[in-house]
Design a protein around this ligand. Sequence first.
Ligand SMILES: [Zn+2]
Ligand SMILES: [Zn+2]
Length: 135
Amino acid sequence: MDDFRVKCKRCGRPAKPNEFVLDPEFRMMVCPNCIREKRQKQEVYAELNAMKKAKKEAEAGEESKEKPLGWDHEDDILEKAAKMKMKNSVKVEQIDENHVKYVCPKCKYKFAYDTVRKMPKNCPYCSSELSRMMF
Ligand SMILES: [Zn+2]
Ligand SMILES: [Zn+2]
């Protein structure tokens, strides 16, 4: 019974039925993997846009100067930064069937997350909301 898995309609990966979440953007029940990926993407893009904006503003401030060498590699650099970010973002490690080891992305506090009872709801250390971050 505990091993019962349902295939996610969006990504095809199997997950426990009680882990599925109705997502307003996908307009369907999706697995925790989909939610996690969506969240990571949103965070990365928000950061990239902020970086681009800051760079543009800096460039506008010195219009008379020549463009620095390699300025056209900006997108490459941003892409690399995005990949790094993905790697460094929330990692979960399965401890046992009902628990994952979770590292709070905000304060790096490590704790066990109960995937069945969906507890705790907040990071015990900095009280960031977990449900919005990944589950
Ligand atoms: Zn999925
Ligand atoms: Zn925290």
